[in-house]
Ligand binder design. Structure first.
Ligand code: NOJ
Length: 527
């Protein structure tokens, strides 16, 4: 009998480490904080945790700027804490995925310090991407080597003191590695082994499509930055890296896995990463990008499943992450009927969990947290804020620390009296995990119930689904014994056949109210 590998239908909970739980009172979450809340995650019913970077970092981009890939930043703990966390995660019956950031390092990484101190053309510089600039309009003026923009605003190049420019697809504190240099390759292979030896179950690969740039460094010339036939992402050479990584993962026992953060404009391109000797999963952001619309949900889910079908990999689904506006708030737009985003988020969870494949949840969505839209300017830390000259607020609003208990900041996130690294809203007393745990009508109770239902049925659900006829405002689909109905409209619709098991708002007889989801035990199929 072949067992389904754990990740294929896992529910993975993203822990944004800095904002999860602060055990030592420095206002930032840490590994011991996570350890102390593993019971909460087990009881929630998830299968695995994905930790965002906790490595040594000046946190110019929340830790996605790594200065030492083999150590824990002191603000988050120590390697001993990490080892203890791995052991405890496993003892709780959970798995652990860690982030790996291979596209760029911090500008404080010893290699980059060395590169800056070394002359142009030196081996130290060849670990990164240094290029001469181009002549500017006026005499003596210089332009960057090409027209590539940084994903965070402004150009992707910064000029060094000696006149060479270095590439950074993100903040200037995040210089891009030169993956054509074999030293970079072997360094990352060793880093993978370092964490695999410590017992991690998988990796989430940051900017997985970005490692190789087109050797010509040609201008984008108006082409989309992320285009899979553009010069920046998804160059064919990247696949060789993942083939080598896959071989390393396969050397270890226990179904170690890798999921790539692959932003691409084409399903064919996405599928390349999922060839049997490459990555196990890629993030599919389609649901996250869709608006509250039955037609859109059906279309994007169909396309997402079609994209991975030829590879045999299972799809992945996500509604929120540390990079996007929380879906409670997203679903409130463009209307702003109070509470509608909350009701929709509840309903959407049932679709997310009923779809085949695995689901990635973002910390705090189980508490129904909204985006914090009114952070004071001086509190904002996301580099997007400054790099866009304060035009775009950035991603801090979804990274506000979790409220655990109590009635005022820090809501049990930090010890009393400590100010968390981002201010927490005044009206979160009813949103704490503690307040919700004892309230059967809370979002937390609903998440627990939905996850328990999914777990109970997991073994009986086929890999594929069948769309059922539905009114235009609704999506109905069936996976063997389970039927999912989601009504994105405002008016009630008649439920598909079956016995309701869980609903996001009370049914009216056999009617499914607007902005409501329902899971049913499937009724008999039409003869
Ligand atoms: C994707 C990460 O999720 C995001 O937070 C980060 O800013 C960029 N990659 C750059 O590392």
């Amino acid at each position: 009998m072949t067992l389904t590998p754990w990740w294929r239908d896992a529910v993975v909970y993203e822990v944004y480490v800095r904002s999860f739980a602060d055990s030592d009172g420095n206002g930032e979450g840490d590994l011991q904080g996570i350890r102390s809340r593993l019971g909460y995650l087990r009881d929630l019913g998830v299968d695995a945790l994905w930790l965002t970077p906790f490595y040594t970092s000046p946190l110019a981009d929340g830790g996605y700027d790594v200065a030492d890939y083999r150590d824990v930043d002191p603000r988050f703990g120590t390697l001993r804490d990490f080892d203890a966390l791995v052991a405890d995660v496993h003892a709780h019956g959970l798995r652990l995925i860690v982030d790996i950031v291979p596209n760029h390092s911090s500008d404080r990484h010893p290699w980059f310090r060395e590169a800056l101190a070394a002359p142009p053309g030196s081996p130290a510089r060849s670990r990164y991407i240094f290029r001469p600039g181009k002549p500017g309009e006026r005499p003596g003026e210089e332009r960057p080597p090409n027209d590539w923009p940084s994903a965070f605003g402004g150009p992707a190049w910064t000029r060094t003191d000696d006149g060479e420019w270095y590439l950074h697809l993100y903040a200037r504190e995040q210089p891009d590695f030169n993956w054509r240099n074999p030293e970079v390759r072997s360094e990352f292979e060793e880093i993978l082994r370092f964490w695999l030896d410590r017992g991690v179950d998988g990796f989430r690969i940051d900017v997985a499509a970005g490692l190789f740039k087109d050797a010509s460094f040609r201008d984008l010339g108006g082409q989309d930055r992320r285009a899979s036939d553009g010069p920046i992402y998804s160059r064919p050479e990247v696949h060789d890296v993942y083939r080598r990584w896959r071989r390393i993962l396969d050397e270890y026992d226990g179904d170690r896995m890798a999921i790539g953060e692959v932003w691409t404009d084409g399903p064919e391109d996405l599928a390349l990463y999922l060839r049997p000797d490459e990555l196990h999963q890629v993030f599919q952001f389609d649901l996250q990008l869709a608006s509250w619309s039955a037609t859109q949900f059906r279309d994007v889910a169909t396309a997402a499943m079609k994209a991975v079908a030829p590879t045999g990999a299972a799809p992945t689904w996500v509604l929120s992450s540390h990079d996007s506006i929380r879906h409670v708030t997203r679903y409130e737009r463009p209307e702003s009927v109070p509470g509608i985003g909350y009701a929709r988020a509840k309903a959407a969870l049932l679709m997310l969990l009923a779809l085949p494949g695995s689901a990635y949840l973002y910390q705090g969505e189980e508490l129904g947290l909204p985006e914090v839209l009114d952070l004071p300017d001086e509190a904002r830390q996301d580099p997007i804020w400054e790099r866009t000259n304060r035009r775009l607020a950035g991603r801090d609003g979804c990274r506000v620390p979790l409220p655990w208990a109590g009635t005022a900041e820090p809501y049990g996130f930090s010890p009393d009296g400590v100010r968390p690294w981002l201010p927490m809203p005044r009206d979160w007393a009813s949103r704490t995990a503690e307040a919700q745990a004892s309230d059967p009508s809370s979002m937390l109770a609903f998440y627990r119930e939905a996850l328990a239902l999914r777990r109970r049925m997991a073994n009986d659900l086929p890999d594929d689904l069948e769309w059922l006829d539905s009114p235009e405002t609704a999506v109905f689909f069936r996976r063997g014994p389970l039927t999912c109905a989601l009504n994105c409209g405002e008016n009630p619709v008649r439920l598909p056949p079956g016995t309701p098991l869980l609903t996001s708002t009370p049914l009216y007889g056999d009617l499914l109210p607007g902005n409501t989801g329902c899971l049913l035990e499937s009724g008999p199929t039409a003869a």
